[in-house]
Each structure stands twice: as structure tokens, then as C-alpha cells.
Design a protein around this ligand. Structure first.
Ligand code: HEC
Length: 107
């Protein structure tokens, strides 16, 4: 009990030491690096990319689709991969970074 209280106090201290917008939004540049590494085999991650799996929507299209649904829905999708996608076990930070990157691609 006291040790879990101690842990939450530490976690809170760590949260407060980070800039809240960066924490909430993720790092789009990191997201781009992750996307190029893990997603570009199937998705058009950047406009300059020429080949991808036709069945996989481009990240620009995904950003467009989630414009209305909200980024939380995109993050939820990424936390629980679609069956046709390999289970990539993305960390929560990677998910935040990817959503930030995809969000930045919108219109
Ligand atoms: C092995 C190929 C493959 C890889 C690798 C892959 N995807 Fe996909 N992804 C697909 C396909 C195919 C679809 C379309 C599935 C469908 O609509 O039924 C898809 C759909 C999606 C969607 C759209 C979901 C929706 O609501 O329409 C998102 C978001 C997505 N992928 C994100 C990612 C991210 C982020 C990565 C890298 C971490 C990634 N994918 C890696 C094949 C892949």
C-alpha cells in the first residue's frame, strides 16, 4: 500500500516535469521514424514514398479518416492492431508519437 502510494507520487513527479503538450501530443518526428521503420512496408507513410500494399490506406488518408473520430480513436486502434496487420506491440509512447505524426499529415 505505502509502496504503491510512493510509486504514484513518483509517476506524478515525472509527469509534472515534462511539458504537458508534448506528453499529450507525442513527438511527430519520432512518429515518422517509427512509421518509416514499421509501417512503410504496407502504408504510404510519406508522400514521397512510391510503393506500398494497395489494401493499406496511406497515412494521409488515415489522418483524414480520423479527423472526425478523434485521435483517441486512432490511438485505440494502434493499441489493438487490426488482424491483417502484424501485432507490433507498440509502446504507449510509440503510439503517441505515431498519432502525432499522422495528425500532422492532415489537410
Ligand atoms: C503487413 C502490412 C501492414 C503493416 C506493416 C502495417 N499496416 Fe496498417 N494496415 C494494413 C492494411 C492492409 C490495412 C487496411 C485494413 C483494412 O482496412 O481492413 C491497414 C490499416 C491501418 C489503419 C487504418 C485503420 C482504419 O480505421 O481504417 C491504421 C491506422 C494503420 N493501419 C496503422 C498502421 C501503423 C501505425 C503501422 C506501423 C506501426 C502499420 N499500420 C503497419 C497493413 C499494414
Amino acid at each position: 500500500m505505502s509502496s504503491s502510494l510512493h510509486h504514484s507520487a513518483c509517476a506524478l513527479a515525472m509527469l509534472l516535469s515534462l511539458a504537458p503538450p508534448a506528453l499529450a501530443a507525442g513527438d511527430a518526428q519520432e512518429g515518422q521514424a517509427i512509421a518509416q521503420k514499421w509501417c512503410a512496408a504496407c502504408h504510404v507513410v510519406m508522400e514521397t514514398q512510391t510503393s506500398a500494399t494497395p489494401a493499406a490506406p496511406s497515412f494521409a488518408a488515415i489522418g483524414e479518416k480520423y479527423r472526425g473520430k478523434g485521435l483517441a480513436a486512432l490511438a485505440a486502434f494502434l493499441a489493438d492492431p487490426h488482424p491483417v496487420m502484424p501485432d507490433m506491440s507498440l509502446t504507449r509512447q510509440e503510439i503517441r508519437d505515431l498519432t502525432a505524426y499522422i495528425d500532422a499529415l492532415r489537410g
